[in-house]
Design a protein around this ligand. Structure first.
Ligand code: 0GY
Length: 297
């Protein structure tokens, strides 16, 4: 028996357009997920949503259609700390994918080494209340200490309004930090306002990388231009050109208003990284340095 999808669930776009923007050779989609397939990789009992299936083969088909060379597959909360589907996808990609896992503090050294050998390079700490129950900070600190010797990083997912309360804690984590979706700014606020200034100060103070992803999730004005998100992403790319990453966020969990055409998300890239040099850093050089150090694209 498979569980039914959450009511109102929007499925990923099965017929993405061919982007007008040609991604540079070696481009990395540094934020995407797999869901199940549920019959093979059941969702976690503690999940907050039940998605449609989004298999590794469907992810690889999208990769090839868009002209992406490599993926970073981030563990989705619907799979809890059971990383099997994500690891299966990363292994099947044969060196063309890395993974970001969710782990519990009791994880053994052998399991961590196994994840590392499979291609996992980080863990995700999620502070978005609609997605997970809160984890005690001591547990997160313990996990960060365990992964530091492996050279992994922590991916942080939080809402902009929660940064003031979280920022000091983030500063104590002994590993590089990667921020999902620009720290989820409220794009109805000014791009040079206090909230986004605070985020950029935080991004500048620590060993922080920022994903300029998810215009479709952050926008209020909507597709296809995502005009309200563009100034925020441009500012991050301008100020942190050597530490920005891009990703599709396929298969786009929990969107309520529209499901993006992933081809159009690729066409969004030159609006936020306006020169070939900025595009090469965002799409190739930066993610290669973080996820495939020492390898050429
Ligand atoms: C994203 C965003 C979301 C969900 C998850 O792991 C997840 O369930 O990341 C969201 O609902 O905002 O990055 O895919």
């Amino acid at each position: 028996m498979t569980a039914p999808k959450t009511p109102g669930w929007l499925d990923w776009c099965a017929t993405p357009s061919t982007p007008d923007f040609r991604l540079p050779p070696g481009a990395v989609d540094a934020h995407c997920h797999v869901f199940g397939p549920q019959a093979e990789f059941p969702f976690a009992p503690e999940r907050k949503y039940t998605p449609c299936d989004a298999s590794k083969d469907q992810l690889f088909a999208l990769r090839d259609h868009l002209g992406v060379a490599r993926n970073v597959v981030v563990q989705a909360t619907c799979h809890g700390a059971d990383n099997s589907a994500m690891v299966d996808a990363v292994r099947a990609a044969g060196g063309r994918a890395r993974g970001v896992a969710t782990v519990r503090p009791g994880i053994g050294d052998a399991e961590l080494r196994e994840l590392d050998a499979a291609g996992v390079r980080g863990v995700r700490f999620n502070f978005v209340k609609r997605l997970v129950d809160a984890s005690p900070r001591e547990e997160l600190t313990a996990i960060a200490r365990r992964i530091a010797p492996l050279g992994w990083h922590v991916v942080l997912y939080f809402e902009a309004a929660d940064l003031p309360e979280l920022e000091d804690f983030f500063g104590t984590l002994p590993v590089p930090l990667v921020i999902d979706h620009m720290g989820r700014p409220d794009v109805t606020k000014p791009v040079h306002g206090a909230e986004f200034d605070r985020f950029l100060r935080f991004a500048g103070r620590h060993d922080v990388w920022v994903k300029v992803s998810c215009p479709e999730r952050l926008t209020v004005t909507g597709p296809p231009a995502y005009a309200d998100v563009v100034p925020f992403a441009r500012r991050v790319v301008a100020e942190f050109g050597d530490r920005v990453l891009w990703g599709t966020d396929w298969p786009h969990p929990n969107l309520k208003h529209h499901m993006p055409d992933d081809g159009l998300l690729v066409d969004h890239v030159p609006r936020i990284a306006e020169t070939p040099e900025a595009q090469r850093k965002l799409l190739v050089d930066n993610p290669m340095r973080l996820y495939w150090p020492g390898e050429t694209a």
